[in-house]
Design a protein around this ligand. Structure first.
Ligand SMILES: Nc1ncnc2c1ncn2[C@@H]1O[C@H](COP(=O)(O)OP(=O)(O)OP(=O)(O)O)[C@@H](O)[C@H]1O
Length: 285
């Protein structure tokens, strides 16, 4: 009997409803696995929130999708193609379809708001200056900052800077936008504005959004799909309401922000009675 070809040789057909899929992914820095056996899908056209305790590997998932790191096992599919098996050319092409907004969305401080948003267009396209100008103004308009184009980043508030970074992230009309902690450090009003903007841009521009955030309330409000990472795997995924009502102890601890539960407050170490008053270990710290 002829043997079936190995799974990775089978052609992958992009799914109409899924833009990103992780299948049984393992990844660790060094020996320690940060993610082990992680599988989930990011539905096309929706806002997906990736949540979980600090250090649980959320940013690492974004880096796997962006191809900054490669899975040590399993597959990370973007529109049906395995990011981990792409050559540099294919990877750059895939990345051009992704907008990334990392923590505090660092702007180039020596460039105006306009030039910050124009940067990816000038860098990655041959568009004439007049068209670049129109696109930049359109993107700035989408985030409510067309009038602020001449400002330097130092003249913008934290919330405004975040919106400029967002305009820059969508400059090349990506299919996917990934946000790492888009609400960190924002006051409640700017936070609400940023959240609504993410939702609105997702829907009006036909994007797919992935948000890594610790802000439960705001994130649950705007997300269609929530994935909770814990202990290297997926603790829960589904509609925000379903996840909120989960009876799983770990998910319950997380969505109710309880200090104790399956996720421990203490970093693993020797027992407290072994550590205090015992100088035999010879620890200096
Ligand atoms: N470049 C690196 N080298 C070694 N370890 C790393 C590196 N980057 C991250 N880690 C470790 O990997 C784990 C997961 O990090 P990651 O940033 O993905 O978590 P996170 O869920 O995004 O955390 P947070 O919510 O605090 O941002 C952490 O324990 C972190 O210390």
């Amino acid at each position: 009997m002829p043997q079936a070809p190995p799974a990775f040789l089978l052609p992958m057909t992009p799914s109409a409803s899924t833009l990103v899929e992780l299948r049984d992914v393992r990844f660790g820095y060094g020996e320690r696995a940060i993610l082990d056996g992680v599988s989930f899908t990011v539905p096309r056209g929706k806002v997906t929130a990736l949540m979980g305790a600090s250090g649980g590997g959320k940013t690492t998932v974004l880096r796997l999708i962006g191809g900054q790191v490669r899975a040590q096992r399993g597959e990370v599919l973007f529109d049906g193609q395995d990011i981990g098996r792409m050559n540099n050319e294919a990877l750059y092409a895939a990345r051009r379809r992704m907008g990334m907004l990392f923590q505090f969305g660092a702007l180039f401080t020596d460039m105006s708001v306009f030039d910050n948003v124009a940067f990816p267009l000038r860098e990655h396209t041959q568009l004439p200056a007049a068209l670049v100008r129109d696109i930049v103004l359109m993107k700035l308009d989408a985030v409510g900052l067309r009038g602020a184009r001449h400002l330097m980043p130092s003249e913008a508030s934290g919330g405004m800077a975040r919106r400029v970074a967002l305009a820059r992230a969508i400059a090349l009309d990506p299919d996917l936008v990934m946000y790492d902690e888009p609400f960190a450090g924002l006051d409640p009003i700017s936070l609400g504005t940023a959240a609504r903007l993410i939702r609105q841009l997702n829907d009006t521009l036909g994007l797919t959004s992935v948000i890594v955030s610790h802000d439960l309330e705001e994130t649950f409000r705007i997300a269609d799909h929530v994935i909770i990472l814990a202990n290297g795997g997926i603790a829960a995924q589904g509609k925000p309401q379903d996840v909120r009502e989960s009876t799983d102890p770990l998910v319950h601890q997380f969505v109710n922000a309880l200090p104790e539960g399956p996720v421990h407050f203490h970093y693993p170490g020797v027992a407290v009675e072994e550590d205090f008053g015992n100088h035999a270990h010879g620890d200096r710290a």
